[in-house]
Design a protein around this ligand. Structure first.
Ligand SMILES: CC(C)(COP(=O)(O)OP(=O)(O)OC[C@H]1O[C@@H](n2cnc3c(N)ncnc32)[C@H](O)[C@@H]1OP(=O)(O)O)[C@@H](O)C(=O)NCCC(=O)NCCS
Length: 158
């Protein structure tokens, strides 16, 4: 299995995979819109035997520090629970850190995302329409997350 940046020609396969993983088209459309808006800051695919079986996207957020939103992440149903989602997220976070991004926010299940360093506590004090028990943050640069502040997802999310 190889994790690599999305490249030209991957769009169709990514759309198909994301729709299959979520069982609906909304998240696939979100990926297309984020890309069209120039907001696919980090877009990685997992490829196995020439087939795209996973995808993760990070988009810039409005915030008083350099923040990304992690969403969506998708692994093809037949390939889930084999560590592909984890590999995509970990590589994405490493790329983000190396590119100077200071924090990442995610909306999801704390049981899953806590293993990557995300916590609900770290997101406390950052106001978005998604704030609550599923809204998490992870600091890539020590001291970057200074609440309170408003943070906002890329326009494609609204
Ligand atoms: C969520 C998803 C990306 C995880 O990818 P994956 O490759 O299956 O995950 P990994 O193999 O890295 O990790 C598997 C672990 O995550 C857990 N897990 C997987 N999806 C989970 C979810 N939605 N909520 C909580 N835990 C989840 C599994 O139970 C497993 O736990 P364990 O390691 O304790 O056994 C994948 O299941 C998926 O595409 N789901 C449908 C789309 C979705 O819900 N995306 C996330 C919201 S943006």
């Amino acid at each position: 299995m190889q994790i690599r940046p999305e490249r030209d020609g991957d769009q169709e396969a990514i759309r198909f995979l994301v729709a299959a993983a979520f069982g609906q088209e909304d998240e696939a459309r979100l990926v297309d819109q984020l890309r069209a808006d120039g907001d696919a800051a980090i877009s990685l695919v997992a490829e196995r035997d020439g087939e795209i079986v996973g995808h993760v996207l990070f988009s810039p957020m409005g915030a008083p520090f350099r923040a990304l939103g992690l969403a969506p992440v998708a692994v093809a149903p037949d390939f889930q629970k084999q560590g592909i989602g984890a590999a995509l997220i970990e590589q994405g976070l490493n790329l983000a850190r190396n590119a100077g991004w200071e924090a990442v926010f995610v909306l999801g299940d704390p049981n899953y995302y806590s293993r990557f360093g995300f916590s609900v506590a770290a997101a406390k004090g950052f106001a978005t329409p998604y704030s609550g028990p599923y809204f998490m943050a992870s600091e890539l640069k020590s001291g970057a997350l200074k609440p309170p502040a408003d943070v906002s997802y890329a326009p494609a999310f609204s």
